[in-house]
Design a binder for this molecule. Structure first.
Ligand code: ASP
Ligand code: MG
Length: 474
C-alpha cells in the first residue's frame, strides 16, 4: 500500500550525479509542509507519509495544517462562544471530537492508539474548559480565540505521529509553541525571527532516518501564551522552519499542480508552470493567484531556498518550483484583478512643473489610499486604486490640483514574465489578441517582469482567455 511513488520524480535532477544519498551535503535537510486537504482523513495522511518517507535519509521536518475544514469549524466555535450559544458550541465540539477520534482509530491501534488518544483527550479537555469558561464569563478574549484555533494543528499532528509509530517510522513530535516565538498580536501574531530561529535550531536537531513532525500556523509569545499566525499561516511556518534549519528545499504540498499559467476555473486550458521566480510569484499573488502567498515564503526567499509547490493528489506531477532564478524568458503567467477604480488628474499647471506628482501623492498619503498602477503624460496622471474605498473626500482634495476623472468598475490585466520588454512583439501580440476590447491604460517597464493593462471589469475574463490562447495555445 505504501509505495513510494513520488520519490524518483521529485528528486530527479535536484542532487546532481551523486543522488540524494551519495554524500551528506551541509544543506540536505528538507521541510515538507502539508495543507489541510493533504491531511483531511486517514487515507490522505497515509499519502502524505508515503510522500515523506523517501526523504527520511534527508532528516525531514513535516509541518502540518489542521485537517481541512477544522480551522473553519474552530472559527465557528469561537463565534458561538462570542454569541453565548452553548448549544451550537457543544454540537461543534462534539463533531470535531468525533471526526478526530474516528480518524485516529483508523490510523493507529493498541499502544499507539492509546498514547495519541490520551494526548488528544488532553487537548479536548482544554478546549472544552476554554469554551465553558468563556461562555460563563461572557467574555471571549483574543487569547481564547488563538488558543481555540491552535487546536486544529495540535490534533492533526497528534494523529500523524501516531500513524508514523503504527507504520514503524521513527518520529519525534514537537509542539511548535515551544519553537515559534511571536508578539502578542493575537489572531495574526508577528514572528520574532531571531529568537524563533535560535529555538528551532536548538530543539529540532534534524537527524537522518528520523521524521520530525510539528504544527504549522501556531506559536506562542515569550511568556508562553498560544498565538496563531493568521489564516493560511502554515506555509509561513514551513518556510520559517526551512530557513532556520538551512533546508535544501521547502516543499508545499497542496491540492493543485503548482502555480498555473492562469486561473484554471476561468480558462480550462491553463497549465502548470514548471519554474517561476520569487518576484514573478509575488506579482502574481498580488493579482490574485492564490496558491502560495509570497509573504509566506519570504523567510525561504531570503536564504535562497527553493520552494516547491506540489499536489498530494497527483504526486507524480512535477509541480512548480519557486526560486531565485528560473529558466525561461517571456510570458510566464496571466492574472487579472477586478475591483479597481481609475483616477485621472489633469492640469496644465503640470506642464514643465516640478513637485506636481509629490503633491498628488501627498494627498493619497494623507488619505491612506494605496496606488497600484500609475501612468503619466505631460499634463495628466492616471492611477488605479482599490474600489472598495469611499473616495469622495480624496477626490475633493485632488480637485485642488486639477480636473479629476473617476472611472469605477475597471480591472487590471497583468502579464508576468522575465524581461518581458525584450520581446519586441509582445505588446503587439497582446493587442492583437484583444482587438475589440478597449484598453484604458498600460504600464510596462516599471518592473522588468510585469505588463499591466487597465480594462473594463466586464471585459477582464474575455481578455485573460484571449491573451492566454494567443501565448499558450488552447
Ligand atoms: N489551518 C490554518 C488555516 O486554515 C492554517 C493553514 O492551514 O495554513 O488557515
Ligand atoms: Mg492552507
Amino acid at each position: 500500500m505504501h509505495q513510494n511513488t513520488a520519490f524518483p520524480l521529485i528528486c530527479k535532477g535536484r542532487f546532481g550525479l551523486t543522488g540524494p544519498f551519495g554524500f551528506c551535503s551541509l544543506r540536505l535537510m528538507i521541510v515538507l509542509k502539508f495543507g489541510g486537504t493533504s491531511v483531511q482523513d486517514a487515507q490522505a495522511m497515509d499519502q502524505a507519509l508515503d510522500i515523506t518517507v523517501p526523504y527520511l535519509p534527508q532528516a525531514p521536518l513535516l509541518v502540518s495544517s489542521a485537517m481541512s475544514g477544522v480551522t473553519n469549524d474552530l472559527v465557528a466555535l469561537v463565534e458561538a462562544v462570542r454569541n453565548q450559544n452553548s448549544v451550537e458550541a457543544t454540537s461543534l465540539l462534539g463533531a470535531l471530537e468525533a471526526r478526530h477520534k474516528s480518524v485516529l482509530a483508523q490510523c493507529a491501534e493498541g499502544v499507539h492508539h492509546e498514547e495519541a488518544k490520551l494526548l488528544m483527550q488532553g487537548y479536548f479537555t482544554d478546549l472544552k474548559a476554554l469554551v465553558k469558561g468563556s461562555i460563563l464569563l461572557n467574555e471571549c478574549s483574543p487569547r481564547v480565540h488563538d488558543a481555540v484555533l491552535a487546536m486544529g494543528e495540535l490534533l492533526s499532528t497528534s494523529i500523524l505521529a501516531a500513524r508514523c509509530r503504527q507504520r514503524g517510522i521513527a518520529v519525534k513530535l514537537l509542539d511548535a509553541r515551544n519553537l515559534v516565538v511571536t508578539d502578542e498580536h493575537y489572531g495574526e501574531a508577528a514572528v520574532l525571527h531571531p529568537l524563533t530561529r535560535k529555538r528551532i535550531r536548538e530543539s529540532v536537531k534534524p537527524q537522518s532516518g528520523l521524521l520530525v513532525i510539528t504544527q504549522g500556523f501556531i506559536g506562542a509569545t515569550e511568556k508562553g501564551v498560544t498565538t496563531v499566525l493568521g489564516r493560511g499561516g502554515s506555509d509561513y511556518s514551513g518556510s520559517i522552519f526551512g530557513a532556520a534549519l538551512d533546508a535544501v528545499e521547502v516543499q508545499i504540498w497542496t491540492d493543485v499542480d503548482g502555480i498555473m499559467t492562469t486561473d484554471p476555473r476561468k480558462v480550462p486550458t491553463a497549465r502548470s508552470i514548471p519554474a517561476i521566480t520569487y518576484a514573478e510569484a509575488a506579482e502574481l499573488a498580488f493579482f490574485g493567484a492564490k496558491v502560495v502567498h509570497p509573504a509566506t515564503i519570504q523567510p525561504a526567499v531570503e536564504k535562497s531556498i527553493p520552494v516547491l509547490v506540489k499536489n498530494t493528489k497527483n504526486p507524480l506531477h512535477p509541480g512548480t518550483v519557486i526560486c531565485k532564478e528560473a529558466p525561461g524568458q517571456g510570458l510566464r503567467a496571466i492574472a487579472g484583478r477586478k475591483g479597481a477604480t481609475l483616477i485621472t488628474v489633469s492640469s496644465s499647471r503640470m506642464l514643465n512643473a516640478y513637485g506636481f506628482l509629490r503633491r498628488i501623492f501627498e494627498i493619497f498619503d494623507r488619505h491612506q489610499v494605496s496606488v497600484d498602477l500609475i501612468a503619466t503624460s505631460e499634463v495628466s496622471v492616471s492611477m488605479t486604486v482599490e474600489e472598495k474605498r469611499d473616495l469622495s473626500i480624496l477626490v475633493n482634495d485632488l480637485e485642488t490640483l486639477g480636473s479629476v476623472r473617476v472611472e469605477s468598475g475597471v480591472a487590471i490585466l497583468c502579464l508576468v514574465g522575465q524581461e518581458l520588454w525584450k520581446d519586441n512583439r509582445l505588446v503587439a501580440r497582446v493587442f492583437e489578441a484583444i482587438p475589440d476590447l478597449p484598453v484604458r491604460m498600460i504600464s510596462l517597464g516599471s518592473s522588468e517582469i510585469n505588463l499591466s493593462m487597465v480594462l473594463k471589469a466586464s471585459d477582464l475574463d474575455a481578455a485573460v482567455a484571449a491573451v492566454h490562447r494567443a501565448f499558450f495555445g488552447t
